[in-house]
Design a protein around this ligand. Sequence first.
Ligand code: HEC
Length: 361
Amino acid sequence: MCKSLSVTALLFGALGMSGVVDSMPLGIGEKATAEIIAGWDIDVRPDGKGLPVGQGSVVEGESLYEAQCASCHGLFGEGEGRWPVLAGGEDTLDTDDPEKTVGSYWPYASTLWDYIHRAMPYPAPQSLSDDETYAISAYVLYLNDIVDEDFVANKETFAAVKMPNEPNFYVDNRPDVKNTRCMNDCLDPSTFDIVTTINGITPTGHFKEDSGVAASHHDQNTLTATPAVALANKGAHVVKMLNSGQSGAMVFEPAVLKISIGDTVTFVPADGGHNSASVPGLIPSGGVSWEGDLNEQVEVTFNKEGVYVYQCDPHVMMAMVGVISVGSPSNLSEIDAGSKELQSRFVMNQERLSGYLAELK
Ligand code: HEC
């Protein structure tokens, strides 16, 4: 049964006990009859539960599809113009240009029946009969080489269709998803060991020192792990914006970064409320300047040698600043002199920036 029905049943149960269900004391709404409920209860589940009696073949589906769907989705599911592509895209999901289609991506055929029946054709949703939906769904599966041209879809045959990408959908079984929430007398986070992180995304500042730095990615976590691997490539660096890091409150981490000419730095808002922006006058002349938006990741490529100073705009008074040295720190003395004005604006951690710059000497 769908969610709306159980919610309705619950509500009515509660109201029934106080004896007000029939009188509708507020004078609004109407009683949900079995017929009204049936109109909402149209979901089809992954195991096929909810599929109605009826049938339709690939052959019948072809002409229906051509008349009602092809104008947008293309005769072969290739998509007209910028309308969605429904077929093809096999083996593209782990490439730089993944094409997610019914055949390459969707885990369950039942979703296709449900979706077409519920939402398509776009200009006239829910206008298809059950038999037409079976026939068109069968044809879309045929366009994806998932069924043969003599396939006839019905409750049983449709529920038995296996989609190629189903095994790549699995329940998140990393250990931390099974923890129960603690509301009082909780463990001290600084004693935690992080066993899996997404590099640059998982905030590690509150946890045990070094925890998670060399954290291993869970075996089945390869899809989410990919960007971390890419970022860890030579020439690509990550700086996290943190409320609390190993060197105190409101910090970039690492705050001092030495990189090579041509390297890229990605500033990641691991905690909220921060941005990264270069400080005018405190970068090499002709060097790149940047101004990231609040809570947004920003990626900067450094092609000009020298020292760059940057800040978090909302937290500059708390000395939330960082320095990047590209190649050799040839302009360090200018930056040192020029940074006095910025440092005079810090109301706390006054020594931070001079300390960072000293690390480059
Ligand atoms: C007027 C253009 C149009 C027509 C006609 C049309 N669709 Fe669509 N279809 C769309 C659009 C737009 C979307 C995306 C809707 C969204 O994401 O909310 C879509 C999405 C879909 C999807 C999901 C694609 C995906 O991978 O997310 C399927 C399946 C689909 N349509 C099947 C059909 C079928 C079958 C018909 C014919 C009965 C049909 N459509 C007719 C415009 C159309």
